[in-house]
Structure formats: C-alpha cells, structure tokens
Design a protein around this ligand. Structure first.
Ligand code: E4P
Length: 225
C-alpha cells in the first residue's frame, strides 16, 4: 500500500518523511491557497524533495478543456519530473484526460463521489482516480460501499486505473479503504501522525526506561563502554 501526504508544506513533508515511509505528495488548489509563498513555489519546493519512487500529483485550476490541457503541459514542463496531473471529473475534465492520455501524460481524476464517475474516468484513460472518502460520507452516502464498488468494477472489467483514495478525516476511514483493497491513500499531516501515535504506546515506552534505569544505576542504554 502506498501512502502519500496531502499537503504542500515542504518543511512539514521533510519532517514527516524523515520517519514515515511516505510515497509522495498530492496537492489541490485549496491546499495551495492556504500555503506559504506562491502556488508555483510550493509545488517546486515539494517536487525537489521527492525521490524517484515518490510520486507527485498536481491539480489544474482551469475548468475548460483547452486550458486544462495547456496548464497540464506547463506543470509538467515546470516541475521537470514525472508528475500526475489531477483533473476534476467533469465533461471538460474527461475530455482533457482522454486527450492527455493520447500524449502519454498521466492523469489523476479527482473529486470523485460516485462509482460511475470512477468507471468513466477509467474508461477515459486515467492513471489514478481519487474518490473523496469523507466528503462522500458527508453527502449521506456510504464511502465504504462506493469504494468497494469501484475496486470491484476495476477488477471485473480489467481497468489498469489505480485508486488513490483521498479526503479522510480519521484513521478508521483509512482502514476501511485498506479492507477494500485500495492501492494508495493520501492523508493530511494530522492523520499521518496519528497512524503511529497511541497514548498507551508512549506510556509503555516511558515505563521501559523507568524500569531499566531504576534497576541498573540510572543507565538508559545497554552495552555502554
Ligand atoms: C486530495 O488530493 C484531495 O484533493 C483532498 O484529499 C481533499 O480533501 P478534503 O476533503 O479534506 O479537502
């Protein structure tokens, strides 16, 4: 399973990537609007931190077909690395996906709320599809049903499109998509930290140190010279 950071802060990514095995970064226009510096600076700073295995997904802001295709090409030229162009699922968006696929440009169809949007994105040639888990739940739909249907449909019909689940608000939702067999997730920094945090674990670690130092002359390491 691949786990990406949903964000655009290069310092935050650097810190998290130091101890979490992260597989890349996704951004969107709303994330960039909240970040420090211009949108272009944020994207380039993050891109420069990624290794070859880590993927980057950058979303176009345009909503019209021709501009989407042109913007996608500008992003690729500026970033000068393999980048997945995020395109919202819309009539212009799907047209852009088909056109970019024809030029071997990888796309991630985003803003997906329904199974059929995901199927149509796959048929259009998207490399990834990004269902919005928490936002689906907020619309009184059940994200677990939708995600299972997408995974099942892709398997049944042999689509090579991968599922990059997005928009999570808790780790339970992450486990839900894992159970469905989703290949990748993109998570906010809060959820990323929560993946390994547990109060009881911290208390256990403190108890190990206390037990050892009180028994062995205040040493908190073994085999000291
Ligand atoms: C990721 O690429 C999506 O744009 C993002 O996860 C949406 O998350 P939100 O619903 O928290 O805004």
């Amino acid at each position: 399973m691949r786990i990406l950071m949903d964000g655009s802060d290069a310092d935050v990514f650097r810190n998290l990537n130091d101890y979490l095995p992260l597989d890349g970064v996704t951004t969107n226009p709303s994330i960039l609007a909240k970040g420090k510096g211009t949108a272009e600076e944020q994207v380039l700073q993050i891109a420069n931190l990624l290794d070859k295995q880590q993927t980057l997904h950058v979303q176009v802001v345009s909503t019209k077909y021709e501009q989407m295709v042109e913007e996608a090409k500008r992003i690729i030229e500026a970033v000068s690395r393999n980048v997945f162009i995020k395109i919202p699922v819309s009539p212009d968006g799907l047209k852009a996906v088909r056109s970019l696929k024809g030029e071997s440009i990888n796309t991630t169809v985003t803003g997906v709320y329904t199974t059929m949007q995901a199927v149509m994105a796959a048929k259009a040639g998207a490399a990834y599809v990004a269902p919005y888990i928490n936002r689906i739940d907020l619309t009184h739909s059940d994200s677990e049903i939708v995600i299972n249907q997408i995974v099942q449909a892709y398997q049944t019909y042999g689509f090579s499109t991968k599922v990059l689940a997005a928009s999570f608000k808790n780790t339970r939702q992450v486990i839900g998509v894992m159970e469905a067999g989703v290949e990748e997730v993109t998570l906010s920094t809060d959820i990323l930290k929560n993946l390994i945090h547990h109060k009881e674990t911290e208390m256990s670690i403190e108890a190990f140190t206390e037990d050892f130092t009180s028994r062995f002359e205040n040493r908190n390491e073994m085999f000291l010279k």
